[in-house]
Design a protein around this ligand. Structure first.
Ligand code: PMP
Length: 399
């Protein structure tokens, strides 16, 4: 019997080949601006000191004997405090349905499955553009996707009027995915006042805000400030959903640690929703990992280690901010006729450069500089040592 003859290869992921091509390039000048992961000023991956301390703290503990459930509960407790605030009524009154998830991707996927199961006729609205995996995740959960206008090519900023129009014109009670800070890939976030208006319009339209929080701390350098948008929505009376990831802000990418939470009307509803989410998760992958979440809990529950983490998040953000300033200044020194102020206006890990696919290609061929075809530059790949080389290359391909 020929079981699998009809299976053709999946379409190639344009980003997946990027790292391979980068590794194969033998130029000493090569730069990888594709990876959305933090790198230090030498271009090296970083293990945070807070992670090392947490690791030492849990070393030798009996985690292999621990019931995964206990680890999970602790992780969820700490994660929801981090996003909604220590003194949130929802946290105190156990009106949050929270479950451990396989990093941000797993949290999004779990929510999409939950949405499909309990709101089978619903759709999801994404900002245009958004992290490309959002489309894949909700597609695999069989939820129809729509987009709302977000980024304005001309101004390289937010198209707020169009965004509000699209939110207004969506059917009442629609699901919307929002990036609460450090929008990926554009680096463009609404202002505080704009968020206030968005929250108000969501109320009027009775939309569901689902926040994908993959970069808490890495937009402003401050963990609480980056959660402000979500807390403001909650204050305005929204029962929000949130996917959290510790991949970027703790540098724990490979450990797949995350949390999915949904605010509920009361504790009974929270318990019901949590049990349903656990059931969906259980049928997909059994129970989630234990060691990584134990690390995260050790960081979040120890005031000293948590304070150390906060300073390290700030330092990562500041290094990236410095590189934004250096890159912009270098381009201006080269008398580039273009306006590069968006490098410093945009926040988070990425600069959405507006380079065309041809220019991106040219950077790779002639300058050994690798980035996503959409022109997204991971600022984490920029260092004191390569910023001038990069500025020069950008100038050459855009002049
Ligand atoms: N959401 C967004 C917007 C992201 O940029 C990312 C990371 N690229 C994620 C979610 C999830 O990443 P992870 O699954 O590694 O936590």
């Amino acid at each position: 019997v020929k079981w699998w003859d009809h299976v053709a290869p999946a379409p190639k992921d344009p980003i997946a080949g990027l790292t391979e091509a980068f590794l194969a390039d033998t130029s000493p000048y090569k730069i990888n601006l594709g990876v959305g992961a933090y790198r230090d000023d030498e271009g090296k991956p970083v293990v945070l000191q807070c992670v090392r301390e947490a690791n030492a703290k849990i070393a030798g503990c009996d985690f292999l004997e621990t019931i995964p459930h206990a680890v999970s509960t602790k992780l969820v407790e700490e994660s929801i405090k981090l996003v909604y605030g220590n003194d949130s009524d929802f946290v105190e009154e156990t009106k949050v349905a929270g479950v451990q998830a396989l990093s941000g991707t797993g949290a999004c996927r779990l929510f999409a499955e939950f949405q499909k199961k309990f709101c089978p006729k619903s759709q999801i609205y994404f900002p245009d553009p958004t992290w490309s995996c959002h489309h894949k995740i909700w597609r695999e959960a069989h939820i129809p996707q729509r987009t709302f206008r977000y980024y304005d090519l001309c101004s390289k900023g937010l198209n707020f009027t169009a965004m509000m129009d699209d939110i207004k014109n969506a059917p009442d009670g629609s699901f919307f995915l929002l990036h609460p800070c450090a929008h990926n890939p554009t680096g463009v976030d609404p202002t505080e006042e704009q968020w206030r208006e968005i929250s108000h319009l969501f109320k009027v339209k009775n939309h569901f805000p689902f926040f994908d929080m993959a970069y808490q701390g890495l937009a402003s350098g401050d963990l609480d400030r980056d959660a402000q948008v979500i807390r403001k929505f909650v204050e305005d009376g929204h029962l929000v959903g949130c996917a959290q990831s510790f991949a970027k802000n703790m540098g724990l990418y490979g450990q797949r640690i995350g949390c999915l939470s949904v605010l509920c009307a009361d504790a009974k509803q929270a318990a019901a929703i949590k049990s349903q989410m656990q059931q969906i998760a259980g049928a997909m992958y059994g129970s989630p990992p234990v060691l990584g979440p134990l690390l995260v809990s050790a960081i979040l529950s120890d005031p000293d280690i948590k304070a150390l983490w906060a300073t390290e998040v700030k330092a990562m953000t500041e290094r990236i901010r410095r590189m934004r300033i250096n890159l912009r200044e270098s381009l201006e020194k080269l008398d580039s006729p273009l306006n590069w102020e968006q490098i410093t206006n945009q926040v988070g890990m990425f600069f959405f450069s507006g380079l065309t696919p041809d220019q991106v290609d040219c950077l790779r061929r002639e300058f050994h500089i690798f980035m996503n075809p959409d022109g997204r530059i991971s600022m984490a790949g920029v260092t004191t040592g390569n910023v001038n080389y990069l500025a020069n290359a950008l100038h050459e391909v855009t002049r």
